[in-house]
Design a binder for this molecule. Sequence first.
Ligand code: SF4
Length: 569
Amino acid sequence: MTLLTEPVQAGFTAAVDQPYTYVRRELSEPDWRRYPGWATVTESEWRDAQWQRAHSVKNIEQLRAVVGDLLDERFYTDLAADQQQRATMSMLLPPQMLNTMAPHCAPERRTFTEVFYADPIRRYMLPVLSDRDPEWGSHPYAERDSLHESEMWVVEGLTHRYPTKVLAEMLSTCPQYCGHCTRMDLVGNSTPTIGKTKLTLQPADRQERMLDYLRATPTVRDVVVSGGDVANVPWPRLESFVMQLLEIDTIRDIRLATKALAALPQHWLQAKVVDGVNRVAHIAAARGVNLALHTHINHVHSVTPLVAAAARALIDAGLRDVRNQGVLMRGVNATADDLLDLCFALQGEANILPYYFYMCDMIPNAEHWRTSLWEAQQLQLAIMGYLPGFATPRIVCDVPYVGKRWVHQVVQYDRNLGISYWTKNYRTGLDLTDVDALNRVYPFYDPIDSLPAFGQAWWRESCGRPCGTALSVEYGSVTPASDGGTVPDQYGVVAGAGGGEDLASTAGRPSVILPSPSAATTLSGSFRNGHEPTETCARGKQFAGHAEPGSHRPSGLGHEQHAVRDDAG
Ligand code: SF4
């Protein structure tokens, strides 16, 4: 049966004539002097990258020294509890980033705490325990290295996942640490609950081996130079690496990845850095190589005049483009208004191209940030038509063992259980000898708290079973949600009761060819998530080294609590 879907609202708040009304807004730098600890900080200090790094906030005492008693004690208690029990990243906030939280709030103790709690940038850069979902803190299939990047290292730090592209992780630190970091397995300092994996090679050795691989692999034409954040690579070392990449004539695209453009624009405004960018950009242009910078901005409040000035300086220095890859997160930017406000500020005021929004990855303790696939699909539809086409970002799901898929590329979607199925058209570095790799469907999961009561009950029950049986559910056996009837997917097709039908023959759906009926209709068929259903919870190994006291539902899936690694540092 094919049903018409409900009209899409997708979080719009303006509903008079147009769902969204564009109003040009000038960028503004919030006045840092509203914070007691910065009351005497001068403009020249604020613009100094070294001052920003030296005054970055790394712990609660330092946060108190800046904000003082503007924040109620309950916030500090909430923050300390999160750091002890849930945080996957340690605290590291450059003043520039902290200053974008509660940017317009008058410094009055009466209101500040509530505004700070609700602030979208605070919600992902400075998470507190009360933010997290008390029942489903982590999805049962959350993983530390959820994209399996290190499994695809061809040399330490060099992930070869797509046929023509590689990711070069130059280092494992950043000038700022985001609570939802997808590389939480590797990036940053260990926390009380997460012992980080360490890079073992010396940076010079690692980079030389990366370059050797790229010289020997002419099918790679695109290198994302990342980390961590390249703003933490000493500029001479980064320049040397990029110059050597430019000598490999098969490499045609180079992208430098840095969130610091928004969190520490002072770094990218330093004369020594701008001059260095100018040198490499001119050589790139002379050789016809596209050299660009990719940043990570999630909310319009992060786009300040200093950020725009840094992007402008880099464009003027010769970069082909500055692009944004944000992350879609509940409580941060998961409304059409938020996304469009951000994109218009980026595109119209800051010379930064809105490029992607990623659905938040399935790392531990991220459920309160993650959105369901259908919400992401609705948001994609809701932002179409407002921005120039070339500046309309795609919302993508980075499916483990697959790679980025546009959210409307899903081939089947069970909204009762919150499981979407994806295919791929290339082999990753792990599949090169796997004849079935392109004939599989690969799952991704909605946050469980977003599911109808039936789906939530199923997961609760499944988490009480051994791993294998938890996945051995016939797709077509799923019954409709009990709390509101059936749940249509985006094509108006009822998931669950009708979910086992042949996808290719369903009117209104895209015509797709699935590998085999069993692959499409059973979760225990040809199905890859790093965990074969017949294994006796091999996934337990994947969680080894990460303990999540009381939060991780996989205890019922056979994932016991594991000891914290002792390599804190
Ligand atoms: S800047 Fe990127 S790598 Fe660094 S903590 Fe944030 S998300 Fe992770």
